[in-house]
Design a protein around this ligand. Structure first.
Ligand code: PEP
Ligand code: MN
Length: 349
């Protein structure tokens, strides 16, 4: 249920509305707009029938929420959320944010080389997996805590905040010690214990869409995290399973405007896992930005042919720099500020 308040409502009136709703055992979520404040009510809405809500001073209207997600919905929070990552980067604030780095952290040298390259090309954050979900138990499954330490080293050297995957509730504390953003992989999108655990920490979460998940299921997964207290969720479209075999997955471009209509949360797109091949990354990235994405997450490896995971879809640093140049007109057309290489890097180029 959503309570829309009158313009000019006083703090005391707002407190009173909140107290009346919470006294029934429901939770409230306040969203302050320029003219009106909205009080979202979470819990058993039938209980609200017991109170003549419209008779409470300051209440203008009462509307039932039709969607199964509440905290993630635009009905509860009509504006756009911005999620700050690290000290300087913001996703959803009008800048096209680009997160880039290797699929897996394989070692110090390759990570530092990639971090420097993506940073000087204008990336806003470094990605890299330390715990890797692999379809085969015999494949490289990441360097674990050593990988996290290397990411922290790369952050110290380049200033880039780091994004890395957490696969299990038992790893949340450890990963949160090192990472600026915790990534939930596609295979874990409906790991509800993991989502609840991530709701209890104070670090942003990058939530990837499940391989066969609907947009509503993605939003319900975000709702899990948010309902446990963490509102800093970034959604990620990374391609879904379809009958098409010429690409690794099918990038659901339509999901971007659908999400923008349904939720205030920022949306980033992963063209690397969507297409599965390096030459598809740029065109899919352009399509994503044109369709309204707030950011991209892209795999980059100094030597893709040597990569321990996802080499076929990894861009070389040179191809990544080229992508960052070619994305500019798409960002501008979509009303976003394009990524900018740091001043030192521009002079050196
Ligand atoms: C990844 O980002 O390397 C990854 C494993 O992605 P996804 O969960 O989308 O497959
Ligand atoms: Mn990968």
């Amino acid at each position: 249920m959503i309570i829309t308040t009158r313009t000019g409502i006083t703090e005391a009136e707002l407190d009173h509305i909140r107290e009346r709703v919470e006294a029934l055992g429901l939770r409230t979520h306040i969203s302050r707009g320029e003219h009106r404040t909205i009080v979202g009510c979470i819990g058993d809405e039938a209980l609200l029938q017991e109170v003549p809500l419209r008779a409470i001073p300051g209440v203008e209207s009462v509307t039932p929420v039709q969607k199964p997600y509440k905290l993630a919905s635009r009905e509860f929070t009509p504006g756009r959320s911005r999620v700050r990552i690290g000290d300087d980067a913001v996703i959803g604030g009008g800048d096209l944010a680009v997160i880039a780095g290797p699929c897996s952290v394989e070692g110090r040298e390759m990570l530092m080389e990639t971090a420097r390259a993506v940073g000087s090309a204008g990336a806003s954050a470094l990605r890299g997996g330390a715990f890797k979900p692999r379809s085969s138990p015999y494949a490289f499954r990441g360097k674990g805590e050593e990988g996290l330490r290397l990411l922290a080293e790369a952050r110290a050297e380049t200033g880039l905040p780091v994004v890395t995957e957490v696969m299990d509730t038992r790893q949340v504390e450890l990963v949160a010690e090192y990472a600026d953003v915790l990534q939930v992989g596609a295979r874990n999108m409906q790991n509800f214990s993991l989502l609840s655990e991530l709701g209890g920490i104070q670090r942003p979460v990058l939530l990837k869409r499940g391989l066969s998940a609907t947009v509503t299921e993605l939003l319900m997964a975000a709702e899990y995290i948010m309902s446990c207290g963490n509102r800093d969720v970034i959604l990620c479209e990374r391609g879904i399973r379809t009958f098409e075999t010429s690409t690794r997955n099918t990038l659901d471009v339509a999901a971007i405007p659908v999400l923008k209509a349904e939720t205030h949360l920022p949306v980033v797109v992963d063209p690397s896992h969507a297409g599965g091949l390096a030459h598809l990354v740029a065109p899919l990235a352009f399509a994503a930005v044109a369709a309204g994405a707030d950011g991209l997450i892209v795999e980059v490896h100094p030597q893709p042919e040597e990569a321990l995971s996802d080499g076929e879809q990894s861009l070389t640093p040179t191809a990544f720099a080229e992508l960052m140049r070619r994305i500019v007109p798409f960002a501008e057309a979509a009303g976003l500020r394009p990524p900018r290489a740091p001043a030192g890097a521009r002079e050196a180029a």
